[in-house]
Design a protein around this ligand. Sequence first.
Ligand code: GLC
Ligand code: GLC
Length: 650
Amino acid sequence: MYEQISHSLLNDILVELRQKSKPQNLQLFYTRLGANFYAIYSLFNTLYGNRPDFKEQMRNLVETLMRQYATRPSHLKKTDLEREKDHNWFLSQKWVGMALYCDGYADNLQGMLPRLSYLQELGVNLVHIMPICDCPEGKSDGGYAVRDYCKIDSRFGTFKDFDKLVDSMKKRDMLLVLDVVVNHTSDQHEWAEKAREGDKTYQDYYFTFDDRSIPDIYEESMPEVFPETAPGNFTWDEKMGKWVMTVFNHYQWDLNYQNPSVLIEMLDILLFWANRGADILRLDAVAFLWKKIGSSCQNEREAHLILQLMKDCCQVTAPGVLFIAEAIVSPTEIIKYFGEDAINAKECEIAYNATYMALLWDAVATKKAILLNIGIQNIPQKLERATWLNYARSHDDIGLGFSDSDIVSAGYEPLSHRRFLVDYFTGNFEGSLAAGLAFGRNLETGDARISGSLASLAGLKHALENNDVNATNMAIKIILLLHGMILSFGGIPMLYYGDAIGTLNDDSYLNDESKSTDNRWAHRPKMDWNRAMLRTQPGTVEYSIFCAVKKMIAVRKEVPAFADRNNRELLNVDNPHLFVFSRFDQINNSPRVLVVGNFDDEPQPLKLSPLQHMGFFQHELIKDLVSGETLHVTDESLICPARSFYWLQA
Ligand code: GLC
Ligand code: GLC
């Protein structure tokens, strides 16, 4: 939109910057800046308009965008243009992701190179390499406590190693996802150090207080993220002689986005990594970006404005780069991180589908898809040009983040149902073989989350320990069922490293003092490459899981209906154990796919007549796309085996 006030400000800024900078071809930059400037100005004005340094900060912002544009490598500028033309590129079913630690998966960045072939063998072409920035050893929260955003941690390697890896990934058509930890820094970051030394400019980068009076008011309404290991949301810093806000661990200082300098610094960092070749940036803990007294300090409106600003600015300098929102919050809040009232994403193009993840685990424990069906039905429709990141496990705990009202609708009582789930997954429920661990137990609220590897939560650990062949097979089925669900739901499936070979919990973190109190490390193991070799040996667990997942991935890529174009219909079937949805393809008019998941440990019938009325099952022979088998429908129903799924061309 053209608007006089903002436009004349922009003219002034550009005249000033042009005098300072070397002449270069900025034509594309100017076009994009012109297109987005009114939005950028309005957002910046809403957030910071009443500051005396507003204009100066606005100039700093534009200067940052221009400087980063000037250094953006030409091959990335070319990609930007290609993606502008093909703007729905990321909705394709061709993308399949995996999240990994570079030192857990390989030893370091250099070691990643020969390990790319494993990913390709499986069909993975989007790789989330978890944080690689410089962090203090032992106080890193797995890389999420950054000391220097523009330096690679020496444990992982150098920029030379990184560039080599990126280059090799590009040649293999693999996308790179990198984290930017936007909400907080390490207490050893330069800004924190300066704040500690008494520099007011940097104290204003954080939330610092002389005494407890304000922190105490904040605490009244703020929940705790790590109640066991880092209770409270403020930490006393002896040297600074002040309290500082630390929502996560005591050594993670929350950044103050009420200060525009923080936003501009962070934008600079986002663009730095965009220019280093990241295709997608994962913005960590975005729900926490704005703090307000009297609120939970999560999902505040201003947090969304900050993200919109980041998006609008990134579109000016590096428009081909997408954002993932890591906002593990309630279903109705998550959806807002795409941006509201729009067709294309105004904030992040991709968001973690934490609701689906938690609901899938609920279905595993209850053996029923009742809550799953209700929960999915109640997720608001997402934007057209935005997509989910669907996952079964990640490096974090599983939070039972579905809504209480959905639990009630499913016929359970919320408190006892959540307690049951924690008991079930920690193996404290009759008949449960799950070997998870309770994480973040809050004795006041009774809340708990769950740690543990996918395979261990699915019962594989205990099944193998007991030499129980049937239980082993059942655990494998659960592992595959969950993969079958995330690969077909609509969105980008994000596998977790190790899950395709059934990696179990790893207890070695208990021997490391810096990790032993955080049991999320139980599911952050070193990849066991000897076990991975067994993937080629028929009869092994590794073979059974790996081959099946590989097959699913290959099939997914060939089914246009699996692209994410809001083309899913949940189907109500008369069987509480089944989760059934159809995927269709409005664009190519290719055949619909009926996805059927049976969460029970007994085979379950799917009644055909209601589906026949909807145009499914018109023929006697039905093809299951995964196995390639033809299923005969002779009776009134189709039997779906225990803990299994079909992708039916019906
Ligand atoms: C994110 C990360 C998690 C980390 C937290 C604090 O949610 O995924 O691992 O502990 O942020 O940085
Ligand atoms: C994240 C999530 C929370 C998770 C935590 C630590 O920011 O919001 O659900 O438990 O970090 O893993």
